[in-house]
Write a protein that binds this ligand. Structure first.
Ligand SMILES: C[S@@+](CC[C@H](N)C(=O)[O-])C[C@H]1O[C@@H](n2cnc3c(N)ncnc32)[C@H](O)[C@@H]1O
Length: 197
């Protein structure tokens, strides 16, 4: 696998594989937030062995924090030709080098738009998209009912202590936890994990 840019720790990457292995028998997986493919390739390691598909949704123009002048801006991912942040070329290069194209289906769209046409029930939903409160809640509301019973909702960057990081992922983790739709499986590093009832 190529050295892929991204924000997952090695332990989180391993945990994502383990979580998918626990539920792959229920169906395929969908993630919101491809970026350069790091989480998608980790899920794909399981998908390849178990004959499953990883759907990965991203408009590829970056979240708020990736834009020019923001904390997580990476100048190598700024597309001078389009004059905007653009992770699609890097993701496609990684996809070719990883040779995992057979089990990864990229969906290049805004999460909300993609949710309107996506009808399959999924075994695991990984939310790692935009971190504004509006975007995070939208991702949760638009996709949560597509998880099958017994399937998993996994949210990245969940920080119970506000001093450790932004709140929106924690807010949607709390929403799910307090709803009657999910059973809490706790937090591993920054992965909030819940099971659909
Ligand atoms: C934190 S990165 C994802 C990291 C990736 N999962 C990894 O493992 O490296 C968040 C991504 O979400 C995408 N994004 C933000 N808001 C979105 C939205 N409303 N619809 C689709 N993608 C969105 C951004 O373009 C960005 O690539």
């Amino acid at each position: 696998m190529p050295d892929v840019k991204g924000f997952l720790s090695d332990k989180e990457a391993e945990k994502l594989q383990e979580l998918f292995l626990n539920v792959y028998h229920l169906g395929n997986i969908l993630e919101i937030g491809t970026y350069c493919g790091k989480s998608a390739f980790n899920f794909a390691k399981v998908a390849e062995r178990k004959n499953r598909i990883v759907y990965t949704v991203d408009h590829h123009t970056g979240s708020e924090e990736h834009q020019l002048g923001e904390e997580y801006h990476d100048e190598k991912l700024f597309d001078e030709r389009l004059n905007k942040f653009n992770t699609l070329p890097e993701f496609l290069n990684n996809l070719i080098f990883s040779k995992m194209g057979k089990c990864i289906v990229p969906i290049i769209a805004k999460s909300e738009k993609a949710s309107k046409i996506f009808e399959e029930k999924i075994a695991l939903l990984f939310i790692d998209g935009g971190h504004s409160l509006e975007t995070a809640i939208n991702d949760y509301e638009c996709w949560k009912n597509k998880i099958c019973s017994g399937g998993l909702l996994v949210i990245h960057d969940v920080f119970p202590n506000p001093q450790d990081g932004g709140r929106p992922p924690f807010e949607i983790y709390s929403l799910a936890k307090e709803s009657k739709e999910f059973k809490d499986h706790g937090i591993y590093e920054t992965l909030g994990m819940l099971e659909k009832i």
